[in-house]
Design a protein around this ligand. Structure first.
Ligand code: ADP
Length: 489
């Protein structure tokens, strides 16, 4: 067992239903492991479908209760502000938990807490600004009034790559809107979610408003969340495959569905680019969280005039990355999250190698550090038939493809069914506008490799998802528009 067990009162090993910290009704548990060392940190309840049903009921009762329904936007704002403050005060402890269960370098864990908590702050502010409308009527004695009301219970299914931010980005907007939630965190990283739920409780958020169901068997509980008539919205961040399944399963109940799915982000470097800035952006976009983010650059397209320079500078930077257990503060690259991801990443690189791609650096596991460490890798001469060309690698592997002109770059960048983020580097103003408008993605980074922010709408087009999180649009996922016709005035 890792020492974290004794470290923090924030390490919870029970699930949260209706304000009580509970075991699974079968008393079954599953282990949470540190991917850097393989050590078991603790175990958490392996909740059943019946347990999840109780969580839905708790959320429904809380939604209808006076303690929640009668709160004003300002009251909810104050509760969210208290939650924000507590998360801020516990940054060190949460970061240690997050690094232990996700392998993320400690500096990145702290960065994620600041980022994830910025959504709590933002939606605390937005809670007071859920405005309706009075629309001029064409009929003399009528008024058209539009108001926004919370949809009800929302189920939030979150991934392991941002164990805090994906919970807060969804839960803070849902709560600001007046909804209550059932959170189903990833089985790889439940402890961070439980820790922030504990802080929500400490902040005075009423019982049943946030429920957390931990489970190692996501499918049947996911099925229940999609099909229960008491759940009015599903918000999911994760793989495209699971997102499609949830979308289908939510169809019968005509649920509100928000999906943030996989990307296949192009990162284009034009001849006109500032190469130093492009290299900085490439490192941040590709190697943050060991390449395990859905907005990570997945395909680098580099114009022939700057190709050699870009590859050699990137190689230098990649080879200087410090790899190891994320708890050391100088580590920049931790392990991959689990064996499945490790096998996927190494399989993709082997597939490219077998198709005559050139491995410039890396291309192997680093077993002396641990079984889940993979060397930061650069692959060039990637043929379009290689898996890393078409699929999201979700690991520290940069695939670089040479192009001749802008039209070719844009055509190749858009030649995918995904459309989450896209990046390009150019100092040519006309080109900047042309390319930004033509990329088929939900988010564009122009001369910038890290673009996500609480104030900005996060989300994708094509098969990368529906809906937006963050920004003032984030509230829309959790409210219904109601039109009231005031007649015969
Ligand atoms: P990743 O590739 O990021 O692990 P997943 O889509 O497998 O993505 O996981 C994201 C979240 O979806 C996790 O909380 C996981 O437990 C959950 N999940 C996986 N399969 C299902 C399913 N069939 N129904 C509902 N949730 C699921």
């Amino acid at each position: 067992m890792s020492s974290i067990r004794n470290f923090s009162a924030l390490v919870q090993n029970k699930a949260l239903i209706n304000g009580s910290w509970v075991d699974s009704s079968t008393c079954a548990t599953f282990d949470v492991k540190n991917p850097a060392s393989g050590e078991v940190i603790t175990s958490v309840p392996d909740m059943t479908v019946e347990d999840a049903q109780k969580a839905i009921k708790a959320a429904k009762d809380a939604f209808e209760s006076k303690e929640w329904r009668s709160l004003t936007g300002k009251d909810r704002s104050n509760l969210l502000k208290k939650w924000h403050k507590l998360i801020e005060q516990h940054t060190e402890e949460i970061a240690e938990i997050m690094t232990a269960e996700s392998g993320k370098p400690i500096a990145e864990s702290k960065g994620e807490i600041i980022y994830g908590n910025s959504f709590v702050e933002w939606f605390a502010e937005e809670a007071r600004r859920i405005y309706g409308e009075v629309i001029p009527s064409a009929v003399n004695n009528r008024e058209i009034i539009v108001m926004k009301q919370p949809i009800g219970v929302a189920a939030l299914i979150t991934p392991w790559n941002f164990p805090l931010a994906m919970v807060t980005r969804k839960a803070a907007s849902a709560l600001a809107a007046g909804c209550t939630v059932v959170v189903k965190p990833s089985e790889d990283t439940p402890l961070t979610a439980l820790a922030v739920a504990k802080l929500a409780e400490d902040a005075g958020i009423p019982k049943g408003v946030i429920n957390v169901v931990t489970t190692a068997k996501a499918a049947p509980i996911g099925d229940l969340l999609c099909k229960s008539p008491d759940v009015r919205g599903i918000s999911f961040t994760g793989s495209t495959e699971v997102g499609k399944l949830l979308f289908r399963n939510s169809a019968d109940g005509i649920k509100r569905v928000g999906l943030e799915l996989g990307g296949n982000a192009p990162f284009i470097v034009f001849d006109s680019a500032n190469i130093e800035k492009a290299i900085d952006g490439a490192m941040a976009s590709k190697f943050r969280n060991c390449g395990q983010t859905c907005v990570s650059a997945n395909r680098f397209f580099v114009q022939e005039g700057v190709y050699d320079k870009f590859v050699s500078q990137l190689k230098q930077r990649v080879e200087s990355l410090k790899i190891g257990n994320g708890k050391s503060c100088d580590v920049q690259i931790g392990p991959l999250i689990n064996e499945m991801q490790f096998n996927k990443v190494s399989g993709f690189v082997e597939d490219a190698r077998s198709k005559n791609a050139n491995i410039v650096t890396g291309g192997k596991g680093l077993s002396s550090l641990g079984s889940l460490f993979y060397a930061p890798t650069i692959v060039t001469d990637v043929p379009p038939t290689a898996k890393i060309y078409t699929e999201e690698v979700f690991g520290p592997v940069a695939s670089i493809i040479k192009f001749k002109d802008e039209a070719e770059a844009v055509q190749k960048a858009n030649d995918t069914r995904r459309g989450l983020a896209g990046y390009f580097y150019s100092e040519n103003l006309q080109q900047v506008f042309r390319v930004a408008k033509r990329l088929e993605v939900g988010m564009v980074g122009v001369n910038e490799g890290i673009i996500s922010a609480a104030e900005a709408p996060f989300g994708g087009v094509k098969e990368s998802g529906v809906g937006r999180e963050g920004s003032h649009h984030g509230i829309d996922e959790y409210v219904d528009i109601k039109y009231i016709c005031m007649g015969n005035l």
